[in-house]
Design a protein. Structure first.
Length: 187
């Protein structure tokens, strides 16, 4: 009798979990992310400082041409991440090295040009808000030398894909394209 009771408990517990996860998928709900979580592993070049302003709000200060590796760059629903640079023309490269995709579900503000790279992908939620001078978000890997070459001479240097024949060029609205690996070439 005890064996039958335990078997029924496992059966119903398994069904309950299955129903819960199915409801989450049907209602397009995800399991909640804890907080805005931007975790800097290492500033490769320049100065990058990440600080907690208050619960749900983080500030990032980045010098011009700063390059940083982040283990996490997620923004939960209702949370805010502010990236401040000295001038609106400044640029920073933020590479996410964690194994999972970046989820931007809250608000991301930046007064400058941000290159956000995560080869595991970047997800912008339906209610996310992006207020930036320019945001280049890519699931493609970008070498630090490419970033520097494009900033050094944006007229003659452009980003090009090493495989395929798609070229990414500057436009008034930013950069757009999809392919595999980026490199800088001189026109």
């Amino acid at each position: 009798m005890e064996r039958v009771r335990n078997s029924l408990k496992r059966y119903y517990w398994g069904r309950l979990i299955t129903y819960f996860l199915t409801c989450c998928l049907i209602l397009n709900m995800s399991l909640p992310v804890a907080l805005a979580e931007v975790v800097l592993d290492q500033a490769i070049e320049g100065v990058i400082d990440v600080s907690l302003l208050n619960v749900g709000t983080q500030n990032i200060f980045a010098s011009d041409r700063a390059i940083g590796h982040f283990s996490d760059f997620d923004i939960a629903t209702g949370d805010t991440v502010n990236c401040v640079q000295t001038l609106g023309t400044d640029s920073a490269l933020f590479g996410v090295t964690a194994g999972g995709p970046t989820e931007i579900l809250g608000r991301f503000n930046a007064n400058s040009n941000i290159y956000l790279i995560n080869t595991a992908g970047i997800l912008f939620g339906a209610d996310s808000e992006i207020h930036v001078n320019r945001l280049i978000a890519s699931g493609l890997d970008m070498d630090n030398a490419v970033f520097k070459a494009v900033l050094d001479d944006p007229v003659n240097n452009k980003m090009e894909f090493l495989s395929g024949n798609c070229v990414v060029e500057a436009s008034a609205k930013g950069y757009m394209a999809m392919a595999s690996i980026l490199s800088a070439i001189r026109s």
